[in-house]
Design a protein around this ligand. Structure first.
Ligand SMILES: [Zn+2]
Length: 196
């Protein structure tokens, strides 16, 4: 298991000022879902968001979006935001420049978007400098660790519930995340959710 912060430290936020870490002057919480679309999770996830009257942001993988255009369409019809999460889910630090540029190019049929989040949130400095001119880069303040098999459900839920006004929360399109979100919507007092 690699190390990650549940709450992104202020120091990291201050170092990378071109990354949007949180939404200032907002009362809403911004749920974001990475790595979709996939039929197993995206469709029930959209139903769950609709039942709870929640708007969210989906950071889609280019290749998956090409494979499931009808699901992408449904995300748009439900009035959520779509961001780009590269064509393939690889750590950008491991790519050579040409492969990297290809991976960062929006596929032809991808919905128009100004939002970009690199896989694993990882970039080399020159990549950050290159990308910040091309896209608004979207980070996060809260990572409950829905992907982390070593972290208990209760602990993930507790960290998800720690999200406050203006926080951007990163979740993933995993079957497990549906269960986490169901529990969260049942227990949270928060009613305001926004999309980026
Ligand atoms: Zn990802």
């Amino acid at each position: 298991m690699s190390f990650y912060f549940v709450r992104t430290p202020r120091l990291v936020q201050r170092l990378f000022t071109k990354v949007t870490w949180r939404v200032e002057h907002s009362n809403a919480i911004y749920l974001t879902f990475d790595d979709g679309p996939n039929p197993e999770v995206t469709l029930p996830l959209l139903d769950l968001l609709r039942e709870n009257n929640v708007q969210a942001t989906f950071f889609l993988i280019g290749k998956n979006a090409e494979q499931y255009p009808a699901i992408v369409q449904r995300i748009l019809e439900d009035n959520h935001s779509i961001g780009f999460h590269c064509n393939e889910h690889v750590n950008a630090r491991k790519l050579k420049p040409i492969a990297l540029l290809k991976n960062f190019r929006l596929p032809a049929n991808f919905p128009t978007t100004k939002l970009f989040r690199p896989p694993y949130g990882k970039l080399k400095l020159w990549q950050y400098n290159y990308l910040k001119r091309k896209f608004p880069l979207i980070g996060w303040t809260i990572m409950p660790g829905d992907f982390d098999k070593n972290k208990s459900f209760e602990s993930q839920l507790k960290d998800l519930k720690s999200a406050q006004s203006g926080d951007i929360v990163v979740l993933h399109e995993l079957p497990h995340t549906l269960e986490l979100l169901k529990a969260y919507f049942q227990q949270t007092e928060i009613k305001m959710f926004g999309k980026l």
